[in-house]
Design a binder for this molecule. Structure first.
Ligand SMILES: [Zn+2]
Ligand SMILES: [Zn+2]
Length: 241
């Protein structure tokens, strides 16, 4: 159900994203996740035995993606998916047998010291997290490939740049020094612009002014947070840090 966009379409999506607020790689990757969740819900995905089995193995989605799925308010799809999953977990629960904790010496403690009950843990990673990771990797790959072209690089330099997590990934994979330098310069420019706006918010908050932000600084608090950790939905979705 996860159809990979072509490199050409990623290239154009990145160019379009340069003109918009937020990290272009985050935008691309999160759009892929939304598309994946829609494809599961709309295209008979849940009647496909292979997909149902895959989703059962991962207990559907991680906490973050499960709640994103729930927000789509796909009542029938959620009922089909979780009826299947809970039925399966009931079987796992019935098969569990009590064992003294001493028998599990050396097992990793769960939530600070209980038994490790593997049967209730997902056996595979969240498929939406996998879509996200693949889209990020392909997005960074295409981004770096074209960053060596003058036109693309100039468009990028005019944008707000990638978030710092994606900047870090791109720097580690930069194919040459000019690309590396471009990434650094755009990141510094973004940091400095955000700091200017945040200082203005602090200044306006002073008792002598006591004014709400109304200029370019408005929204800089959210922009700064997103720049440091990525757009909402990028991290904290059950993936390893
Ligand atoms: Zn990003
Ligand atoms: Zn996930």
């Amino acid at each position: 159900m996860d159809r990979q966009p072509s490199r050409t379409s990623i290239y154009h999506d990145l160019l379009d994203a340069f003109a918009q607020e937020g990290c272009p790689v985050c935008r691309l990757a999160l759009g892929n996740v939304r598309g994946y969740l829609v494809s599961i819900s709309r295209e008979g995905g849940l009647t496909d035995l292979e997909i149902r089995t895959r989703l059962r193995e991962s207990h559907a989605f991680c906490a973050g993606h499960a709640h994103q799925w729930l927000e789509s308010q796909h009542l029938l799809g959620t009922a089909i998916l979780y009826e299947d999953l809970l039925d399966h977990l009931t079987g796992e629960l019935k098969a569990l047998r009590y064992r003294k904790r001493g028998f599990l010496a050396g097992a990793a403690p769960l939530l600070g010291g209980g038994r490790k009950v593997d049967a209730l843990e997902p056996h595979r990673s969240c498929p939406a997290c996998e879509v996200l990771t693949r889209a990020e990797e392909r997005g960074i790959d295409v981004f770096l490939e074209h960053l060596r072209e003058d036109g693309f690089r100039e468009e990028y330099a005019q944008s707000g740049g990638v978030c710092l997590p994606h900047c870090q990934t791109a720097l580690a994979a930069a194919p040459d020094e000019p690309t590396f330098r471009t990434l650094i310069e755009v990141a510094i420019a973004r940091n400095e612009a955000l700091v200017t706006h945040l200082r203005e918010i602090i200044r306006l908050h002073d008792y002598r002014y006591n004014r709400e932000p109304s200029g370019d600084e408005r929204g800089a608090d959210a922009r700064a947070v997103c720049h440091v950790v990525g757009e909402p939905g990028l991290r904290g979705l059950g993936r390893d840090p």
